[in-house]
Design a protein around this ligand. Structure first.
Ligand SMILES: *Cc1c(COP(=O)(O)O)cnc(C)c1O
Length: 388
């Protein structure tokens, strides 16, 4: 998470002084448009549309791509629940897919869940860890599926030199309080596809037709209001300047912290799909009890204990409950979708044995040394009694 400070305050002051808090104001180009241009250049993508949350970015991306009733969307069983809710918001149903030891969607399990009704894969770059995008894009091409990257937790992160969120057909970012850059709330849709961009823009702004955008051949349809104000744009524009320095710090610290776990008898760093760009570290233990014990260390957390990110806690999804029964997408699905916990034991097993280890984005160097000492000491403690 980036710091928030004087730069954000200065930008906000400018917006307040102008008195124009709408992003589509009289004066034309404001902070939000400037942020979108800069973010598009950084990610290497043609279009960026800022919206008011990562959840709505996913929903707008799905609406833009024409996903709807009868469609099945593949989402990992380890992610923030919003990933699984997004297909439901457009009338489609989520189909859960196991993760592998990399903590991201398992390409082999994707293949097992493809049916004639599958429309899209949503790889989630969890906690700044990137998915196996080469494998996922190859599967998508083979089966003619859309790829909508949920990069809400990985803004700016690289996969083999490309930035995530700009690799699939569409991407989604979140700028809520806990993400790499933040405006408290916020999100963005990313795409290289002009038509998807025009549709996302239409979906996110009921007034899109009076904004003076370039003429489009896309017929007007009804959407929602997911616009951001210039206050959000002003904060994000300032935040963007903090992103690269933070990611560089994380990238520089990764090898040193990962090395503490290499060669350990009962644990190892989780496999990573783009190790030279790694900016987040997880450690995989052989035994869930050892992971639980290690998680008592400061700056460490066991993944299965982050309840809300684990599919078994997504009650509304698992119970197939909608705000109105006649609007329940499961009524329109071509088959009964099963969310049987037993089919996802592999995910639960990995989460129970994996700990996330902080790389101390905000730690000054002396605190970082202490952090490493603490980790080393925790690893040196004798493990639980083994009775095997
Ligand atoms: C944060 C997050 C979202 C949703 O973002 P909001 O801005 O909170 O709506 C979606 N997917 C993942 C993986 C997230 O971490």
């Amino acid at each position: 998470m980036s710091a928030v400070g004087i730069r954000e305050l200065v930008n906000l002051g400018r917006v307040v002084a102008r008195g124009e808090l709408l992003r589509y104001g009289r004066s034309g180009q404001g902070f939000t448009a400037r942020f979108e241009d800069r973010l598009a250049r950084l990610i290497g993508v043609r279009h960026v549309l800022t919206v008011n949350s990562g959840s709505n970015a996913l929903i707008a991306a799905m609406a833009a791509a024409g996903i709807g009733p009868g469609d099945e969307v593949l989402v990992p069983a380890y992610t923030w629940v919003a990933t699984a809710l997004a297909p439901l918001a457009v009338g489609a149903v989520p189909v859960l897919v196991n993760i592998d030891e990399s903590l991201t969607i398992d390409p082999r399990d994707i293949e097992r869940h493809i049916t004639p009704f599958t429309r899209a894969i949503v790889p989630v770059h969890m906690q700044n860890v990137v998915c196996d995008m080469d494998a996922i894009m190859a599967i998508a091409r083979r089966h003619r599926l859309l790829v909508i990257e949920d990069a809400c937790q990985a803004v700016g992160v690289q996969y083999k030199g490309r930035r995530v969120g700009g690799i699939g057909d569409l991407g989604a970012f979140s700028f809520n309080q806990h993400k790499n850059i933040t405006a408290g709330e916020g999100g963005a849709v990313l795409t290289n596809n002009d038509r998807y961009f025009e549709r996302a823009r239409m979906f996110h702004d009921p007034g899109a037709f009076i904004r003076g955008h370039e003429p489009t051949s896309e017929p007007l349809f009804s959407g929602l209001n997911c616009r951001v104000s210039e206050l959000t744009g002003a904060v994000l524009d300032a935040q963007l300047g903090r992103l690269e320095p933070m990611l560089r710090t994380l990238q520089a610290r990764y090898p040193g912290v990962a090395a503490l776990f290499a060669g350990q008898p009962h644990c190892r760093p989780s496999p990573h799909h783009s190790p030279e760009h790694a900016v987040a570290l997880s450690v995989l233990f052989d035994d869930p009890e050892e992971a639980r014990r290690f998680a008592r260390t400061r700056g460490v957390g066991r993944l299965i204990d982050t309840g809300r990110h684990v599919f078994s806690n997504w009650e509304a999804v698992l119970c197939k409950r909608s705000f109105h029964e006649r609007m329940n997408p499961h009524r329109w699905a071509h088959r009964d979708i099963s969310y049987d916990i037993d089919a996802y034991r592999a995910t639960l097993d990995i989460l129970a044995r994996t700990c996330r280890v902080s790389l101390g984005a905000q730690y000054p160097s002396p605190v970082m040394l202490l952090h490493k000492q603490t980790l080393r000491a925790a690893l040196a403690q004798p493990g639980p009694e083994r009775h095997d």
